[in-house]
Design a protein around this ligand. Structure first.
Ligand SMILES: [Zn+2]
Ligand SMILES: [Zn+2]
Length: 252
């Protein structure tokens, strides 16, 4: 299995070495650790560079869009050009649930980072929450060359269909194991197998049956099992196809 989205620098439960060893033992062969703000851009590269099979992204989360300066932008570009382990631009997007940054700033910073991804020919990792129409309106202007994933997908069917038609992947995590997440399971159901990715988004969103514990990549199989159940395929097939998908998208 490939863990396509987590935040290794946020995990507190054990040493990183132990977490990576346990993840490997649980069948996780490769891990993407995702950047979110100016303070962890270099941290995720450090982690990736010091561990085989760990890769990373560069980007500013919509929560932190207000901190996206010209200097930060230059850092993202340089880090991506100079480090082979940077495979994607992300996580970037819009989050109008919390509005930790003003919506207009979020939109502008999202667009600027989409342009970086196009210029550097990298896939994008999108975070979108309660901003379906705006996400679609912005992405439209960057098609058809742009490729990427809408991670932790919880948005509506219309955005899902738009994204799938545009060739994007949808990423699902422990949310699909939650009782009240039938609408998300319905999106899994309509997502073609070859456009599906699995992730944990750890340390957040711990899947059932480990609720209450800090999430980690070693719980990824619970996500895989649930997706396989919804898609009515064997766990082996689900793992094979999502692994191929991750390789294709991230050029692993
Ligand atoms: Zn996110
Ligand atoms: Zn994340």
């Amino acid at each position: 299995m490939i863990e396509t989205h987590c935040h290794l620098d946020y995990l507190k439960q054990d040493t990183l070495e132990n977490i990576l060893k346990r993840s490997h033992d649980e069948g996780v062969s490769k891990i993407m650790t995702i950047a979110v703000d100016p303070t962890n851009l270099s941290k995720v590269i450090e982690i990736a560079n010091s561990h085989d099979n760990v890769f990373c992204s560069q980007g500013i989360h919509p929560h932190d869009a207000k901190d996206f300066t010209q200097e930060v932008k230059n850092t993202i570009i340089q880090n991506t050009q100079q480090n082979a382990k940077v495979l994607a631009i992300g996580e970037i997007g819009l989050d109008f649930h919390y509005n930790n940054s003003p919506p207009d700033v979020q939109k502008k910073v999202f667009e600027e980072q989409l342009q970086i991804a196009l210029d550097l020919n990298k896939p994008i990792i999108i975070h979108t929450r309660e901003a379906d129409d705006e996400t679609k309106d912005i992405l439209k202007n960057f098609l058809p060359k742009l490729k990427g994933v809408l991670h932790s997908f919880t948005a509506g069917k219309e955005l899902a269909e738009f994204a799938l038609n545009a060739g994007f992947y949808l990423g699902f995590n422990g949310i699909i194991t939650f009782k009240n997440a039938q609408s998300v399971r319905d999106i899994v159901d309509i997502t073609p197998l070859d456009q599906l990715l699995i992730e944990t988004d750890s340390p957040f969103l711990t899947p059932v049956p480990h609720r209450g514990k800090e999430n980690a990549p070693f719980y990824l199989k619970h996500v895989a099992e649930k997706v396989a159940e919804i898609k009515r395929v064997s766990i082996e097939e689900l793992i094979k196809v999502t692994t191929d998908n991750a390789h294709r998208l991230l050029d692993l």
